[in-house]
Design a protein around this ligand. Sequence first.
Ligand code: SF4
Length: 332
Amino acid sequence: MNTNIQAIGLMSGGLDSILALYLMLEQGLAVEALHALLPVHETGQLDWIQQVCQRAGVPLYVANLEAPFFELLRHPQHGYGSGMNPCLDCRILVLRAAAERRRELGAAFVFSGEVVGERPMSQNRRALDLVERRSGLQGRLLRPLSARLLPPTIPEQEGLVDRERLYGISGRSRKEQLALAETYGLRDFPTPAGGCRLTDPNFARRARDLLQHQPNFTSNDFCLLQVGRHFRLAPQIKVISGRHQAENLRLTELAQEGDLLFEVRGGVGSPVTLLRGPANPAAITAAAAITARYSDAPGPQVEVYYGAPYPQLERTMQVAPAEEAWLEQLRI
Ligand code: SF4
């Protein structure tokens, strides 16, 4: 496919990627924004990116990279960052998708909002060189915010991009980016580094547990990591209990065949609890006790409804609410 698109701009929705886009548009280039859909982004991120692209007047291409992302999360060649974030492999994956899109459209180059030295794992000089090499974009990956600190790329050498109008920003301060945002009248943007759940210590702990016990996890298993309190009863058995109404609803949506759901009824506040894995009698009792513990029902015995699908929970059992010390041993 040959279009008049000259450059593919990576669009994460963060300020740096937006500034890189504006810098390229200012040079009169025809740009397509590419957003890599990864299963670690906050909900709502895509809506925001659509707004950004609409405001800037550029087409948006969304590359769904969920399946290859899960693969690299299982075996990252370059390891994890401070949480469970496999940033180098992730950057290579995203840039490869951009390289492919560049070839499809016959565009001259790819650009990103990366800033030298801004992120310890993926934006030091060695990392920037590595991801450029491994993505097959040698010489065709421009970082407009830091370009003056890096060797000239092919589009700069060929005069498609004016290097004099690029920046030499480095480090984590973001002062220069904020000043640049001001010149473009950009006031409304997400906080830096927000957005990747794998950098959040609580989420990272759950992801680590999932990889350890269920390396063949599904997309649904991964989605569940964002919801509720998590307890591991056995290598293949997990219990997840909602913390509020929205999580209760989400658990009923994510429940699949073979799962059991639990709830205390009769007008008292109760979590919905999901049991995933072989539902043996001990696991059922444990899930019921956890549900009773987080409900408002007074003990010593609580009647818990369970079954599937929700809301037809046809079975009931009487249990004592789970004790805190026991829960702490199971909590993920
Ligand atoms: S922080 Fe998350 S989304 Fe960003 S590069 Fe690292 S793993 Fe990928």
